[in-house]
Design a protein. Structure first.
Length: 319
């Protein structure tokens, strides 16, 4: 059986490639924007965007464990000010600029104000920055994040409290149209996707590369347990959700009888796929790619790496 990484919202097959070049391009774009505004912003594909103590500084801390309640300085006064990195387009120089010392948006009925604790860079963001995916601009990119509840205007059925950490659905839906009523909310007639909307659409705090996000009325928000740190929590709503959906679509008879599975792609989705398949009891999971640095990571997830067409199993090479 062969599994490719399937996008939950578009049902496309996505074969992950080596994204290191694109990651560097995105990083350089952030750094260029920051240098123009005397700010610092470091990012990396599937790395963690973290706040520094200075109001307008961001940095990537690859060693930070992101544990709940530790080393999480606030970016700005949550009751007064906010900041955001605005994307102006792949062919604009500079493509990004920092907008700081902004007023925190006022909430409408059903909305929730959250602080971004950590965020990851999805491959779709890299495609947008590189110009291979055209999105409306100006905008705030980013849809994968671990957030913290600051305020809300939902009714008493909303069970989260101020200070709770949470994940959220990457799209906001009406819940009333024919698609929503038939378990096809991803096709909602009023679909709104975080990180893919212009500043003029709503509050302007629509993406994760900012200090705050305003989550809309039709967005599902789920509290994260303390066992899940910020870094793990950031990718739940996209990368993990995509692979959970993909694995769930495998017929039960196939799950029961399959003992060998090949995953094409050794990125974040591929690694999540390994974990899910091993949880199902699949004895041999192969994961192919061409990033040598992924070899040990793939093994640590319990799969057999295939790097550049070579199967690496028990320290022996099989062509």
């Amino acid at each position: 059986m062969i599994i490719t990484n399937m996008n939950k919202f578009h049902s496309n097959l996505l074969l992950l490639r080596n994204e290191s070049t694109y990651s560097k391009l995105l990083l350089n774009s952030f750094l260029f924007a920051s240098s123009k505004s005397n700010n610092t912003f470091f990012a990396h594909h599937h790395g963690m965007l973290r706040r520094a103590s200075s109001p307008t500084n961001f940095y990537l801390n690859v060693d930070e464990r992101g544990q709940h309640g530790k080393s999480l300085p606030h970016l700005l006064d949550a009751d007064k000010l906010a900041s955001r990195y605005v994307f102006h387009g792949a062919h604009v120089t500079p493509p990004f600029d920092m907008q700081a010392n902004m007023s925190v948006p006022k909430l409408d009925e059903g909305e929730v104000l959250v602080r971004v604790r950590s965020a990851t860079i999805c491959l779709s963001d890299i495609h947008t920055v590189c110009g291979s995916r055209v999105e409306p601009t100006p905008s705030v990119l980013g849809h994968e994040a671990c957030v913290e509840i600051l305020d809300h205007r939902r009714d008493d059925s909303f069970q989260l409290q101020v200070g709770d950490r949470a994940t959220f659905s990457i799209a906001d839906v009406c819940g009333e149209c024919e698609y929503c009523q038939n378990n096809l909310s991803q096709k909602c007639v009023k679909l709104f996707k975080y990180g893919h909307a212009t500043l003029q659409n709503g509050t302007g705090f629509n993406g994760c590369y900012a200090s705050h996000i305003v989550l809309r009325k039709g967005t599902t928000i789920i509290k994260l347990p303390d066992a899940i740190n910020d870094r793990l929590g950031a990718s739940i709503n996209c990368a993990l959700a995509t692979m959970v959906n993909c694995v769930e679509q495998i017929p039960w008879e196939v799950k029961r009888r399959a003992n060998k599975v090949l995953i094409q792609g050794d990125g974040m989705l591929g690694l999540y796929g390994i974990a899910l398949l091993k949880q199902l009891g699949i004895s041999q999971v192969y994961c192919c790619g061409h990033q040598e640095a992924r070899r040990e990571i793939i093994k640590s997830f319990g799969a057999i790496p295939i790097i550049n067409g070579i199967i690496i199993k028990q320290d022996y090479l099989f062509l």
